[in-house]
Design a protein around this ligand. Structure first.
Ligand SMILES: Nc1ncnc2c1ncn2[C@@H]1O[C@H](COP(=O)(O)OP(=O)(O)OP(=O)(O)O)[C@@H](O)[C@H]1O
Ligand SMILES: [Mg+2]
Length: 242
Protein backbone atom coordinates (compact mmCIF):
# COMPACT_ATOMS: atom_id res chain seq x y z
CA UNK A 1 0.00 0.00 0.00
CA UNK A 2 1.66 3.21 -1.16
CA UNK A 3 2.14 5.74 1.59
CA UNK A 4 4.44 8.60 0.56
CA UNK A 5 4.37 10.06 4.08
CA UNK A 6 5.79 6.86 5.63
CA UNK A 7 8.30 6.47 2.78
CA UNK A 8 9.56 10.01 3.32
CA UNK A 9 9.56 9.64 7.10
CA UNK A 10 7.02 12.43 7.70
CA UNK A 11 6.11 12.82 11.36
CA UNK A 12 2.82 11.16 12.26
CA UNK A 13 0.85 13.52 14.47
CA UNK A 14 -2.47 11.71 14.87
CA UNK A 15 -4.08 8.44 13.97
CA UNK A 16 -7.87 8.49 13.99
CA UNK A 17 -10.43 5.87 13.08
CA UNK A 18 -10.44 6.65 9.35
CA UNK A 19 -7.32 8.69 8.67
CA UNK A 20 -3.72 9.28 9.69
CA UNK A 21 -2.34 12.83 9.83
CA UNK A 22 1.31 13.70 9.11
CA UNK A 23 3.20 16.97 9.02
CA UNK A 24 4.23 17.73 5.43
CA UNK A 25 7.95 17.25 6.06
CA UNK A 26 9.31 20.25 7.96
CA UNK A 27 6.27 22.28 6.98
CA UNK A 28 3.90 22.24 9.95
CA UNK A 29 1.48 24.64 8.27
CA UNK A 30 0.40 21.80 6.00
CA UNK A 31 -0.68 18.24 6.74
CA UNK A 32 -1.00 15.05 4.80
CA UNK A 33 -4.18 13.10 5.49
CA UNK A 34 -3.84 9.40 4.68
CA UNK A 35 -7.17 7.61 4.15
CA UNK A 36 -7.34 4.09 5.65
CA UNK A 37 -9.60 1.16 4.78
CA UNK A 38 -10.55 0.82 8.46
CA UNK A 39 -14.22 1.26 9.22
CA UNK A 40 -15.83 1.75 12.60
CA UNK A 41 -19.40 2.30 13.70
CA UNK A 42 -21.35 2.95 16.89
CA UNK A 43 -18.54 4.99 18.42
CA UNK A 44 -15.90 2.35 17.70
CA UNK A 45 -17.84 -0.68 19.03
CA UNK A 46 -18.06 -2.23 15.56
CA UNK A 47 -14.81 -2.54 13.62
CA UNK A 48 -13.91 -3.79 10.16
CA UNK A 49 -12.27 -2.89 6.90
CA UNK A 50 -13.79 -1.92 3.59
CA UNK A 51 -11.62 -2.84 0.62
CA UNK A 52 -10.23 0.24 -1.19
CA UNK A 53 -12.27 2.60 0.99
CA UNK A 54 -9.20 4.76 1.53
CA UNK A 55 -8.70 5.22 -2.20
CA UNK A 56 -12.38 5.86 -2.86
CA UNK A 57 -12.73 8.33 0.01
CA UNK A 58 -9.59 10.28 -0.88
CA UNK A 59 -10.85 10.67 -4.46
CA UNK A 60 -14.48 11.40 -3.49
CA UNK A 61 -13.56 13.99 -0.89
CA UNK A 62 -11.05 15.69 -3.21
CA UNK A 63 -13.62 15.92 -6.01
CA UNK A 64 -16.28 17.34 -3.68
CA UNK A 65 -13.84 19.92 -2.27
CA UNK A 66 -13.08 20.94 -5.88
CA UNK A 67 -16.78 21.19 -6.69
CA UNK A 68 -17.36 23.39 -3.64
CA UNK A 69 -14.34 25.54 -4.51
CA UNK A 70 -15.79 26.13 -7.99
CA UNK A 71 -18.92 27.46 -6.24
CA UNK A 72 -16.93 29.80 -3.99
CA UNK A 73 -16.58 27.62 -0.87
CA UNK A 74 -12.98 27.29 0.34
CA UNK A 75 -11.67 24.26 2.17
CA UNK A 76 -8.41 22.92 3.57
CA UNK A 77 -7.82 20.94 0.35
CA UNK A 78 -4.60 21.72 -1.57
CA UNK A 79 -3.91 18.69 -3.78
CA UNK A 80 -3.72 14.92 -3.93
CA UNK A 81 -0.30 13.44 -3.21
CA UNK A 82 -1.13 9.79 -3.88
CA UNK A 83 -4.16 7.51 -4.24
CA UNK A 84 -4.72 7.66 -0.48
CA UNK A 85 -3.08 10.93 0.51
CA UNK A 86 -4.34 14.49 0.40
CA UNK A 87 -2.30 17.61 1.16
CA UNK A 88 -4.28 20.10 3.26
CA UNK A 89 -3.83 23.31 5.22
CA UNK A 90 -3.22 22.69 8.91
CA UNK A 91 -6.13 24.36 10.66
CA UNK A 92 -7.07 25.14 14.23
CA UNK A 93 -10.08 22.84 14.36
CA UNK A 94 -13.33 23.52 16.21
CA UNK A 95 -14.01 20.49 18.44
CA UNK A 96 -17.48 20.48 16.92
CA UNK A 97 -19.21 18.36 14.28
CA UNK A 98 -21.88 20.03 12.16
CA UNK A 99 -24.58 17.66 10.96
CA UNK A 100 -27.00 18.81 8.25
CA UNK A 101 -30.13 16.79 7.51
CA UNK A 102 -32.65 16.86 4.68
CA UNK A 103 -34.57 13.65 5.54
CA UNK A 104 -35.10 11.81 8.82
CA UNK A 105 -32.69 8.94 9.49
CA UNK A 106 -30.75 7.41 12.37
CA UNK A 107 -30.85 9.30 15.67
CA UNK A 108 -33.17 12.04 14.37
CA UNK A 109 -35.88 9.55 13.36
CA UNK A 110 -35.56 7.87 16.77
CA UNK A 111 -35.56 11.12 18.73
CA UNK A 112 -38.58 12.60 16.97
CA UNK A 113 -40.47 9.29 16.87
CA UNK A 114 -40.88 9.20 13.10
CA UNK A 115 -39.85 6.65 10.51
CA UNK A 116 -36.71 7.09 8.43
CA UNK A 117 -36.94 8.84 5.08
CA UNK A 118 -39.42 11.61 5.93
CA UNK A 119 -38.53 14.75 3.97
CA UNK A 120 -37.92 17.67 6.32
CA UNK A 121 -39.72 20.93 5.54
CA UNK A 122 -36.39 22.73 5.94
CA UNK A 123 -32.88 21.49 6.70
CA UNK A 124 -31.95 20.66 10.29
CA UNK A 125 -28.47 21.61 11.54
CA UNK A 126 -27.11 19.90 14.65
CA UNK A 127 -23.89 20.54 16.58
CA UNK A 128 -22.02 17.78 18.41
CA UNK A 129 -19.05 18.15 20.76
CA UNK A 130 -16.21 15.96 19.42
CA UNK A 131 -15.35 13.63 22.29
CA UNK A 132 -14.98 9.87 21.90
CA UNK A 133 -15.13 9.37 25.69
CA UNK A 134 -18.44 11.22 25.93
CA UNK A 135 -19.84 9.71 22.72
CA UNK A 136 -19.99 13.07 20.87
CA UNK A 137 -22.86 14.69 22.83
CA UNK A 138 -25.21 17.10 21.09
CA UNK A 139 -24.67 20.76 21.98
CA UNK A 140 -25.89 24.11 20.68
CA UNK A 141 -24.37 27.53 19.93
CA UNK A 142 -24.62 28.71 23.55
CA UNK A 143 -22.17 25.96 24.60
CA UNK A 144 -19.51 27.35 22.26
CA UNK A 145 -18.73 30.45 24.30
CA UNK A 146 -19.65 28.89 27.65
CA UNK A 147 -17.14 26.05 27.23
CA UNK A 148 -14.59 27.98 25.13
CA UNK A 149 -15.02 25.76 22.05
CA UNK A 150 -14.44 28.67 19.66
CA UNK A 151 -15.73 32.13 18.78
CA UNK A 152 -19.51 32.33 18.54
CA UNK A 153 -19.27 34.31 15.29
CA UNK A 154 -17.00 31.68 13.73
CA UNK A 155 -19.34 28.86 14.64
CA UNK A 156 -22.25 30.85 13.21
CA UNK A 157 -20.22 31.36 10.04
CA UNK A 158 -19.48 27.61 9.87
CA UNK A 159 -23.19 26.88 10.22
CA UNK A 160 -23.98 29.28 7.38
CA UNK A 161 -21.34 27.63 5.17
CA UNK A 162 -22.74 24.19 6.07
CA UNK A 163 -26.15 25.28 4.77
CA UNK A 164 -24.68 26.73 1.56
CA UNK A 165 -22.85 23.46 1.03
CA UNK A 166 -26.18 21.69 1.44
CA UNK A 167 -27.68 23.42 -1.59
CA UNK A 168 -24.66 22.56 -3.76
CA UNK A 169 -24.32 18.92 -2.68
CA UNK A 170 -28.08 18.22 -2.69
CA UNK A 171 -28.25 19.46 -6.27
CA UNK A 172 -25.13 17.57 -7.36
CA UNK A 173 -26.26 14.22 -5.94
CA UNK A 174 -29.83 14.72 -7.16
CA UNK A 175 -28.53 15.14 -10.71
CA UNK A 176 -26.66 11.87 -10.23
CA UNK A 177 -29.56 9.79 -8.97
CA UNK A 178 -28.96 10.06 -5.22
CA UNK A 179 -30.73 11.72 -2.31
CA UNK A 180 -28.49 13.55 0.16
CA UNK A 181 -30.18 12.46 3.38
CA UNK A 182 -27.67 13.90 5.87
CA UNK A 183 -23.96 14.51 6.39
CA UNK A 184 -21.33 15.65 8.90
CA UNK A 185 -18.85 18.48 8.36
CA UNK A 186 -15.90 19.78 10.36
CA UNK A 187 -14.46 23.28 10.21
CA UNK A 188 -11.32 25.05 11.39
CA UNK A 189 -9.62 28.43 11.26
CA UNK A 190 -6.74 29.59 9.05
CA UNK A 191 -5.55 33.21 9.28
CA UNK A 192 -8.85 34.22 10.88
CA UNK A 193 -10.97 32.59 8.14
CA UNK A 194 -13.39 29.72 8.71
CA UNK A 195 -12.55 26.85 6.35
CA UNK A 196 -14.21 23.52 5.65
CA UNK A 197 -11.92 20.64 6.68
CA UNK A 198 -11.74 16.89 7.29
CA UNK A 199 -13.61 14.83 4.64
CA UNK A 200 -16.89 14.51 2.73
CA UNK A 201 -17.33 10.82 1.91
CA UNK A 202 -19.81 7.95 2.20
CA UNK A 203 -18.36 7.53 5.74
CA UNK A 204 -19.77 10.94 6.65
CA UNK A 205 -22.87 11.22 4.43
CA UNK A 206 -26.09 9.26 4.06
CA UNK A 207 -26.94 8.85 0.36
CA UNK A 208 -29.96 6.92 -0.90
CA UNK A 209 -30.83 5.86 -4.43
CA UNK A 210 -33.58 8.26 -5.58
CA UNK A 211 -35.74 5.49 -7.03
CA UNK A 212 -35.15 2.41 -4.87
CA UNK A 213 -34.14 4.28 -1.68
CA UNK A 214 -31.30 1.76 -1.38
CA UNK A 215 -28.48 2.97 0.89
CA UNK A 216 -25.25 3.97 -0.89
CA UNK A 217 -23.07 4.79 2.14
CA UNK A 218 -21.53 3.48 5.38
CA UNK A 219 -24.95 2.39 6.68
CA UNK A 220 -24.41 -0.72 4.51
CA UNK A 221 -21.48 -1.56 6.82
CA UNK A 222 -23.20 -0.37 10.02
CA UNK A 223 -26.29 -2.49 9.33
CA UNK A 224 -24.60 -5.49 7.62
CA UNK A 225 -26.47 -4.95 4.36
CA UNK A 226 -23.69 -6.25 2.06
CA UNK A 227 -22.54 -4.52 -1.12
CA UNK A 228 -20.42 -2.10 0.88
CA UNK A 229 -17.52 -1.74 -1.58
CA UNK A 230 -19.97 -1.39 -4.48
CA UNK A 231 -21.68 1.52 -2.71
CA UNK A 232 -18.39 3.42 -2.25
CA UNK A 233 -17.49 2.63 -5.88
CA UNK A 234 -20.81 4.08 -7.08
CA UNK A 235 -20.19 7.38 -5.28
CA UNK A 236 -16.60 7.34 -6.56
CA UNK A 237 -17.82 6.89 -10.16
CA UNK A 238 -20.28 9.77 -9.82
CA UNK A 239 -17.75 12.17 -8.33
CA UNK A 240 -14.94 11.21 -10.71
CA UNK A 241 -16.72 13.23 -13.43
CA UNK A 242 -16.38 16.49 -11.49
N1 LIG B 1 -7.10 20.55 8.07
C1 LIG B 1 -7.04 19.96 9.27
N2 LIG B 1 -6.21 20.44 10.21
C2 LIG B 1 -6.13 19.84 11.44
N3 LIG B 1 -6.85 18.76 11.79
C3 LIG B 1 -7.70 18.23 10.88
C4 LIG B 1 -7.84 18.81 9.57
N4 LIG B 1 -8.77 18.09 8.88
C5 LIG B 1 -9.17 17.12 9.73
N5 LIG B 1 -8.56 17.18 10.92
C6 LIG B 1 -8.73 16.29 12.08
O1 LIG B 1 -8.06 15.09 11.74
C7 LIG B 1 -8.68 13.96 12.33
C8 LIG B 1 -9.01 13.00 11.20
O2 LIG B 1 -8.90 11.72 11.58
P1 LIG B 1 -10.14 10.72 11.61
O3 LIG B 1 -11.23 11.14 10.69
O4 LIG B 1 -9.57 9.37 11.44
O5 LIG B 1 -10.59 10.97 13.09
P2 LIG B 1 -11.71 10.20 13.87
O6 LIG B 1 -11.29 8.85 14.18
O7 LIG B 1 -12.99 10.43 13.12
O8 LIG B 1 -11.69 10.88 15.24
P3 LIG B 1 -11.91 12.31 15.73
O9 LIG B 1 -12.54 13.06 14.59
O10 LIG B 1 -12.83 12.10 16.87
O11 LIG B 1 -10.59 12.83 16.11
C9 LIG B 1 -9.92 14.49 13.02
O12 LIG B 1 -9.66 14.65 14.38
C10 LIG B 1 -10.15 15.85 12.36
O13 LIG B 1 -10.81 16.76 13.21
MG1 LIG C 1 -13.31 11.26 11.27
Amino acid sequence: MKNISEEKGFKKIYEGKAKILYFYGNDESRLVTYFKDDATAFNGQKKGTIMKKGEFNNAISSSLFKLLKSKGIDSHFIENLSEREMLVHHLKMFPVEFVVRNFTAGSLAKKMGVEEGVKLLSPVVELYFKSDELGDPMINETYVKAFDLGETKDVEEAKKIALNINEILKDFFDKNGLLLVDYKLEFGILNGKVLLADEITPDTMRLWDKITLEKVDKDRFRRDLGGVEEAYKRVYDITSNI
